[in-house]
Design a protein around this ligand. Structure first.
Ligand code: AMP
Ligand code: MG
Length: 417
């Protein structure tokens, strides 16, 4: 049985990141939210494009103030609103009304804000002497043309999309979304849209919905391959199909040591390399990680597909995703350089935490903030089969191997999900 850290390393080492040339697409800026940039974007423009005012006030020539008995300047007749380019330069002893974003006239180098002046007729009386350069946004001060604006691997959100728009990028090259196949295995499974009443022993294939959601949240595309009975031939054929159409395959169930657990056996028969068979983690001990050649996969620069056989228990299946698969997706789509998964913080636990200490144990609950400090409230009962107990969960406390007890009020390591 491998440790959590060993398993994570094996998985990340197996992931070959997308090739920015092959595994990318060019999209309009309106379609790139949460996508990962596949190229460095360099700015074609200086930011700001020209010297401009950061305030509503008056633009002046700082040197003029040196020779004055009284801080008084003549006000030029023009007004400079944003969007107006003024041709004539500012004369000595003169100032000009300017508004935020207005372009500084030649010669002006300082802004005095309107709160700091008194205007009488066409004269400006300065209540304070400004510092040279006050409230001036200098051309190229934020970034100069030709330098990198946003690096490849950056996840695009509102701030990046806004910056790209201001740099006149109408389209950008982003990594394509990884395609992740989901297979649910088990004789007991019934599709959600099945109209028949549930027979004794049957349950709805909820893993499909939980995992698809996690996949979509991670910026990938979930491809459902349905629920398959514990039948070797049927399962093998679906697994083969999934492997040839996705970047990563996840199957749930059938990876324990039960008589109907066939996933590993089929992978071996198909010639896969099995890298992980079980992990010292709770929940989520049975985990099969394999890599397998996908000759049919023409979509991908990489010919090996990663296969995750995760446990069927709903919480365990999600655990495998949160702890291992999320990070693999981030490495695949190039975002791991800026967004590392999983993320851990420290928080005070409101109740005692217990673990048997044999495996790294993850106890779910809710992370909130009280007076600005993170507080973790664990749930009362943990069962990897109890999907209801994870409703509302946004974090898990981590108990390391051999750590059996952490009293309420102590600081716990918390994994964010
Ligand atoms: P297994 O890993 O196949 O031994 O399944 C472990 C437990 O998870 C059993 O109680 C299964 O009924 C349940 N389970 C398996 N697959 C799913 C699924 N797709 N959705 C919900 N529960 C499942
Ligand atoms: Mg099963």
């Amino acid at each position: 049985m491998l440790s959590v850290a060993e398993t994570e390393k094996i998985i990340l080492d197996l992931v070959k990141p997308f090739d920015p040339e092959i595994d990318s697409e060019i999209l309009p800026l309106t379609k790139v939210l949460n996508r990962i940039l596949a190229e460095d974007i360099s700015s074609k423009l200086d930011f700001p494009h020209w010297d401009n005012s950061a305030m509503d006030g008056y633009a002046l020539r700082y040197a003029d103030l040196d020779n004055l008995q009284e801080l008084k300047l003549a006000i030029a007749s023009d007004e400079i609103a944003a969007g107006v380019a003024i041709a004539q330069s500012l004369n000595q002893g003169e100032c000009v009304r300017i508004f935020t974003g207005g372009m500084l006239p030649v010669g002006a180098d300082t802004i005095i804000m309107q709160e700091d002046i008194e205007r009488i007729d066409n004269f400006l009386y300065l209540k304070v002497k400004p510092n040279q350069g006050d409230y001036v946004r200098r051309k190229g001060e934020f970034i100069q043309a030709g330098t990198t604006l946003i690096k490849s691997g950056t996840k695009l959100g509102a701030t990046e999309i806004g910056a790209l728009a201001s740099a006149r990028c109408q389209t950008v090259k982003v990594y394509r979304q990884p395609k992740i196949a989901i297979i649910s295995t088990g004789n007991e499974l019934v599709r959600l849209n099945d109209s028949q009443p549930l027979q004794l022993g049957q349950i709805i294939d909820s893993n499909l919905y939980a995992l698809s959601t996690l996949i979509e949240q991670s910026g990938a595309i979930a491809i459902p391959f349905g629920a398959v009975c514990d039948n070797k031939l049927e399962l093998e054929s679906i697994m083969q199909e999934a492997i040839s159409s996705a970047d990563i395959v996840i199957s749930t169930g059938g990876v324990s040591v039960g008589d109907y657990d066939y996933v590993e056996e089929i992978l071996e028969k198909m010639g896969a390399d099995i890298h992980v068979r079980s992990v010292a983690i709770k929940p989520g001990k049975p985990l099969t990680v394999a890599s397998i050649e996908s000759i049919l996969n023409v979509n991908r620069s990489e010919d090996k597909i990663l296969y995750f056989g995760v446990p069927g228990n709903p919480v365990s299946a999600m655990m495998s995703f949160w702890r291992f698969i999320r990070g693999a997706i981030a490495k695949l789509n190039g975002s791991h350089k800026t967004h590392w998964y999983p993320q851990f913080i420290k928080a005070i636990t409101t109740a005692d935490l217990h673990s048997q200490g044999r495996r790294e144990t993850y106890l779910w609950g809710t992370l909130t903030y009280q007076k600005g400090s993170p507080i973790f409230q664990p749930v009362k009962n943990y069962s990897s089969g109890n999907l209801i107990s994870v409703i509302g969960t946004n974090a898990l406390a981590v108990m390391r191997v051999n750590q059996t007890y952490l009293p309420a009020g102590d600081e716990a390591i918390i994994m964010l999900i």
